[in-house]
Ligand binder design. Structure first.
Ligand code: ATP
Length: 444
């Protein structure tokens, strides 16, 4: 598996999915830039999530809140005191660990460092706050400290009333948001799995107290279905329900959707979390802000603080899952082929258009097709190199269909459509291509 990850990191660089950040300066630890293919793939993931969460349902609306928030927000949320990881160092080899990541108790006198093998060399665990701090305004003193948000959720809670009133929503309803979050992680790594800057896709669903179990189960199922609809192998997805001692400070119940990423001693890791947060968030913001965040329920004539069910996914982690799950190597007639079996709906490009050769008017026809199809789909035109190499490039970025203008096109106005996964080909009339491509993507 480590092997697949290495191959993926190389493929991502070669084909423009992900580059190390600031690479010409030697890079910066755990920061990555998305290239042309990665940006398209990420946008497709975000659009798919927003569509499923808001456009295709009446009860959830979108929001885009600021990254910088009033410092009191992080007091109310508990992040200032609770958002810490236990940090531990080996005094001998200087390796730093998250104490809760180790599968033994590092405070025991003869605990052994998994890196250098020495015993009794660990420091005491120290609590380390993961929030990045900076200053607002020109004066760098404690009065001006602000935090760079470590999650997008708080922007939703503080806007609960603004959204409820302006969108004229009654409970139950949700607010969905995609945005950057920043955490000064102690042990970032595994490519884009754990980074210090990442993007979250979070939804907070406001409900009547007492209906928590029902909505918690409902959202678990919805979120699993969304991940499955990305075309992910169902055998590699599962729920992990948190035991009471695993729960975060705000949670009454929590379940992670895990994907079998493959790295580490346990290959299963969290992809996203579904949490029953009870009334924790709105009651704390009510207390700290002094603003009433109660809801008057016209049906039952009751006044109460809404409870919240949260679904919190990482966009970068979802993208990594899609790459790992889609990575394929096969050998056909002694030739090795690498391709990404991405679902056509999220593939960065839906089709590539090639002239078989650069003569006999084929490039002109292919360009006309390209200009027509680009109105509706993400497509690319390529006339560089042998047709085999052009197919290989498209296979590596997961383009599901390649359209080739060849000798027959000149006589009957049809082109070949080559399928990435099966390598089968069909012929299609040029004037039906737009419709046919739409059918192939929708039917996949
Ligand atoms: P972990 O235990 O892995 O640190 P968490 O339980 O703190 O994660 P949440 O706070 O629930 O994670 O965040 C929700 C989602 O945001 C995670 O499921 C993950 O997909 C994503 N996420 C969190 N931290 C990171 C990170 N450092 N890099 C990339 N994605 C992240």
């Amino acid at each position: 598996m480590e092997n697949v990850m290495e191959k993926l990191v190389a493929l991502c660089k070669r084909r423009g999915f992900v580059f190390p950040s600031s690479e010409i300066y030697g890079g910066i630890n755990a920061c990555w830039d998305y290239g042309p293919m990665g940006t398209r793939l990420k946008n497709n993931i975000k659009t798919s999530w927003m569509n499923a969460m808001t456009r295709l349902r009446e009860d959830v609306v979108p929001l885009d809140a600021a990254i910088l928030m009033h410092p009191r927000v992080w007091e109310a949320s508990g992040h200032l005191t609770e958002f810490t990881d236990p940090l531990i160092d080996c005094r001998h080899c200087k390796t730093r660990f998250r104490a809760d990541d180790l599968d033994f108790d590092p405070t025991l006198p003869d605990a052994q460092c998994p890196k250098c093998g020495m015993r009794g060399t660990f420091t005491e665990p120290r609590r380390f706050n993961l929030m990045f701090k900076t200053f607002m305004g020109p004066v760098e003193d404690t009065a001006n400290v602000i935090y760079i948000r470590p999650e997008t959720a708080q922007g939703i809670y503080v806007n609960f009333d603004n959204v409820r009133v302006s969108a004229r929503k009654k409970l139950p309803f949700g607010i969905a948001q995609i945005g950057k979050a920043f955490r000064n992680e102690i042990t970032p790594g595994n490519f884009i799995f754990r980074t210090r800057e990442f993007e979250q896709m979070e939804m907070q669903y406001f409900i009547k107290p007492g209906e928590n179990a029902k909505w918690f189960e409902y959202w678990k199922e919805q979120r699993m279905n969304w991940n499955l609809a990305l075309g992910i192998d169902p055998q590699r997805l599962r729920f992990h329900d948190h035991a009471p001692d695993e729960l975060a400070h705000y949670a009454r119940a929590a379940s992670d959707i895990q994907f079998q990423f493959g790295f580490g001693t346990d290959p299963w890791h969290e992809l996203e979390g579904i949490h029953d947060r009870g009334e924790y968030d709105l009651s704390h913001h009510q207390e700290f802000s002094g603003k009433k965040l109660e809801y008057f329920d016209e049906a039952s004539r009751e006044r109460y603080i809404p409870n919240i069910i949260e679904t919190s996914a990482g966009c970068d982690r979802t993208l990594l899952m899609i790459l790992i799950d889609g990575y394929r190597e096969e050998e056909i007639k002694g030739e090795k082929r690498v391709f990404l079996g991405l679902h056509p709906r999220i593939a960065p490009l839906k089709a590539a258009i090639f002239p078989l050769v650069k003569k006999e008017g084929m490039p002109e026809i292919a360009r006309r097709i390209y200009e027509e199809l680009m109105q509706r789909f993400d497509v690319v035109y390529d006339e560089g190199g042998s047709i085999g190499r052009r197919y290989a490039r498209m296979d590596e970025v997961g383009t599901p269909f390649c359209l080739t203008v060849d000798g027959q096109t000149l006589t009957d106005q049809t082109v070949t459509i080559r399928y990435r996964d099966t390598l089968e080909q069909e012929r299609c009339a040029i004037d039906r291509l737009r419709e046919r491509l739409g059918e192939l993507i929708a039917g996949a």
